[in-house]
Structures are given as C-alpha cells and as structure tokens.
Design a protein around this ligand. Structure first.
Ligand code: ATP
Length: 199
C-alpha cells in the first residue's frame, strides 16, 4: 500500500527544519513521498505580520523540494480561498488516493496543540499523524499526548535528533542583517534576496 506524507505549513519561508522533518518521516515511517502543502492562511496565523505572498511561499517550496527526490509540492490550499483547514486538505487527498495510507506530518508544537485543530477527530479518522520533535527533552510530553490521541487514530513518533530553527528566526535574522543562509537551501536564500523578502 502506498504511504503518503502530507506536510502543511505556512512555510514563510520553508527551511532546513522542515526538510529535516520530511526526511525523518520518509525514512522513519517508510513513506513513498512527502507532499509539501503551503497554507493560504493558517488558522493559527491569521493577520500574522510579515507573511510573504502565497506565490512567493509556493515558489520557495518548489525550490526546496528540488533538493529532495521524494518531495513534491501541492498548491491546493493556496487555490482554495480563505483560511486553510487541514481537514479539507486531508479529505481531498483521501478522495485522490482512496487506497493509500495518509500520514499527516507535524512538528511537536503542532502535535501538542492538535486538539485545537478544526475537526481534529475527523482528521484522525482519515490519516495517521507522524510527529517530529522540535525541542530536546519533550519526549515524555509527546508520549502522553500520543497515548491520549491513540484512542482516536494512529500516531507515530519519529525518534530523531532535534533540528532547531524556525521561520521566525530566519525572518528576524534577515531584518537584522544577520546571516541566515545556513538554515535554508541555497536556492531559497537566493530567492529571498532577489525578491527582497522579509527585509
Ligand atoms: P514560524 O516561526 O513563522 O511560526 P515555523 O518555523 O514554525 O514558522 P511553520 O511553517 O509554521 O514553520 O511549520 C510547519 C510545520 O513544520 C509545523 O508542523 C511545525 O511544527 C513544523 N516545523 C517547523 N520547524 C520545524 C523544525 N525545526 N523541526 C521540526 N518540525 C518543524
């Protein structure tokens, strides 16, 4: 059976932490591919300052995906207007791939607040969760959340070292004229500079 990782985010910009998660999930969970899905408007980041356009975030995702053979990019959330609810995206992929196992990939911050997501129980009926930690020492907390959510669906924790970087830090470094190039694929760095993003 095909196993497909669905990886949504603002990707403002996409960075090596996101790619680390994609690689860890691909290897740890035996995924056939990982689909990067940039959000139009994240429910948790409505009115967030410094949001690059959907077109720019999509372009950067495409450049980053070129560096990983198993990654592709899907613009379904950008094409839907308004707030991007993951449940709608998972329904779409469920219809597209009725036979496949879908694994929704999330970092630990999103996992720990998962019960705040719109229709989270329905999401767990359609897809498993694949979780990668963002913070050293949070394994106990992740295991507790896993034990709770296991009543509703399948939850996989990927046991890999943490890669600490965030889009916020990259945007801040860019504003402060501090080097940020080690946190992103080279072509994404070039895109940010040539399109005057986040300055
Ligand atoms: P921001 O700093 O703007 O809030 P972010 O770096 O958290 O952005 P998002 O695009 O909001 O990035 O994250 C998309 C998904 O990727 C979320 O599930 C998040 O937990 C996960 N993620 C982001 N950075 C990392 C990282 N360094 N390691 C593991 N997962 C990550």
């Amino acid at each position: 059976m095909q196993r497909i990782g669905l990886f949504g985010g603002s990707f403002n910009p996409i960075h090596n932490g996101h790619l680390h998660l994609a690689k860890a999930a691909k290897e740890g969970l035996g995924l056939d591919k990982v689909v990067l899905i940039p959000a139009n408007v994240s429910p948790f980041k409505q009115d967030a300052p410094g949001m690059a356009s959907g077109a720019d975030r999509l372009a950067m995702c495409r450049l980053a995906a070129e560096t990983l053979s198993f990654c592709e990019v899907d613009s379904c959330e950008l094409e839907r207007s308004g707030v991007s609810y993951t449940v709608d995206t998972v329904r779409l992929f469920r219809e597209r791939y009725p036979e496949a196992e879908l694994v929704l990939l999330v970092g630990s911050d999103m996992f720990l607040s998962f019960t705040r997501w719109h229709c989270w129980q329905e999401i767990l009926e359609m897809a498993a969760l694949g979780v990668v930690s963002r913070m050293t020492g949070d394994l106990e907390q992740l295991r507790r959340q896993q034990a709770f959510l296991l009543q509703y669906g399948k939850i996989f924790l990927c046991d890999v070292p943490v890669y600490t970087v965030s889009s916020t830090k990259i945007r801040e470094n860019r504003k402060n004229h501090t080097d940020f190039s080690c946190y992103l694929p080279q072509k994404v760095v070039q895109y940010i500079v040539s399109h005057n993003l986040y300055d």
